[in-house]
Ligand binder design. Structure first.
Ligand code: ZN
Length: 416
């Protein structure tokens, strides 16, 4: 689509994205801006400066989040929030998260420049520590404002032994007053996040943006198979109870299982496997492997999990193995609001584009926000599906299309 048709200021947005990428820059195109680090603070201060200049009321909260707000005609109405995060992985890219924060700011700034007074308040949120690399657990800011931190989370340490509590204090936050920064879900009308896809689907479909239908919930299990160890040269094939052979059948069957419904977004991964005792000439005694099963449809995920249990049971019995399955938890899938998806679809067609609807296989702050209010997400195409890497890349043109859609979606949501 023609850039001149955008209402948003695409070149201002691009300049900001690339100026922010200079803070914590690694190599030519990468970013290292770990949550609550000095570079993080510097980046957040720059975003705050842009928010101030645009005329938003800005503040840091006690979770290390940055909030820019404009009031609506009805000050007491629940707010529409646009946001994402600007913290990164240690070897990260410049688009993950940042386009959602700066795109949100661009949308609000454009609305103000157009002289449009929203009926309800609008907030741009830059969430603290979405990535979770530094302290081992992520989505900190979005869980924090909803009162969902876990016991002992402030005492978790980074690689240098610095606790999250210390890091928050260094940032300027007061970890003893976290409740003051919590939101009441009644004060939130909707949360809309624009993010790079971090997958290859939009590129394959040759479209700039997509509308997210929901965020997959992962199911995590650990499977242990036990057989008989023995000498690789002396135990006849017919006399073996080899757990690695059993595991191989299970892993292959699991891989087929999650592909059994054509066009469904289900994904299944065995990402870790341990063989004990492990040696070229030893038949293994014990094999442990992990299961990561994700789907946007809870029912289908349950069906697959049940089928996987049957596969494990049958394979173990065929190979004479004992097995245990450890429940490592997971989260439920989160649906995007059908109303917001409809708004995005109708605004897209006004823009002359037809974004596909797709699931998010990765977590986002939107996963938490969906529990508090209506949630919507826009995905922007990224090259080769690469992210969490300096090679991560989205074009200015695609980001502009996504931001225009974000802007139009926001305009519809700020009307009472
Ligand atoms: Zn992200």
């Amino acid at each position: 689509m023609n850039n001149t048709l955008h209402t948003i200021n695409a070149s201002r947005l691009s300049e900001r994205i690339h100026a922010l990428a200079e803070i914590g820059k690694i190599e030519e195109t990468g970013v290292n801006r770990l949550a609550l680090s000095k570079k993080y603070k510097e980046g957040m201060d720059l975003v705050r400066k842009w928010m101030d200049e645009a005329g938003l009321q800005t503040r840091y909260d006690n979770f290390g989040n940055l909030i820019g707000r404009i009031e609506g005609k009805n000050e007491n109405a629940p707010a529409v929030m646009l946001g994402s995060h600007i913290d990164s992985q240690p070897y990260g890219g410049r688009f993950d998260g940042t386009i959602g924060v700066l795109g949100g700011l661009e949308a609000v700034q454009t609305m103000m420049e157009q002289g449009i007074d929203p009926d309800v308040p609008v907030e741009v949120m830059s969430f603290c520590d979405e990535e979770g690399h530094r302290f081992g657990v992520g989505l900190f800011g979005s869980r924090g404002i909803l009162g969902k931190l876990e016991q002992g989370e402030l005492e978790r340490t980074d690689a240098e032994g610095v606790t999250r509590r210390q890091a928050l204090i260094e940032f300027g936050a007061d970890p003893d007053k976290l409740e003051e920064s919590e939101y009441n879900p009644d004060d939130l009308k909707a949360y809309v996040e624009m993010h790079i896809e971090q997958g290859p689907n939009l590129e394959a479909a040759d479209v700039p943006v997509g509308i997210v239908s929901g965020i997959a919930g992962p199911r995590w299990l650990t499977v242990e198979l036990t057989g008989d160890s023995g000498h690789a040269g002396t135990v006849p094939m017919g006399k073996r109870r080899d757990p690695l052979v059993g595991a191989s059948y299970i892993i292959a069957a699991f891989n087929s299982l999650v592909q059994s419904e054509k066009d469904a977004p289900s994904v299944g991964t065995v990402g870790d496997l341990e063989v004990f005792p492990g040696g070229r000439s030893i038949i293994p005694e014990r094999v442990t492997f992990t299961i990561d099963l994700r789907d946007s449809d809870q029912e289908r995920r349950n069906t697959y999990e049940e089928a996987l249990m049957n596969i494990i049971e049958r394979t173990a019995s065929e190979h004479g193995l004992e097995y245990t399955i450890h429940d490592d938890g997971g989260t439920t899938p989160k649906d995007a609001s059908p109303e917001i998806m409809d708004i995005m679809k109708s605004e897209s067609s006004e823009m002359g584009i037809e974004p596909p609807v797709l699931m998010s296989g990765a977590f986002h702050d939107a996963s938490n926000m969906a529990e508090a209010c209506d949630m919507g997400m826009i995905f922007v195409r990224c090259r080769d599906g690469i992210s969490h890497n300096p090679a991560e890349y989205s074009t200015d043109a695609d980001i502009a299309v996504g931001t225009e859609l974000l802007y139009r979606t926001m305009l519809r949501l700020v009307k009472e």
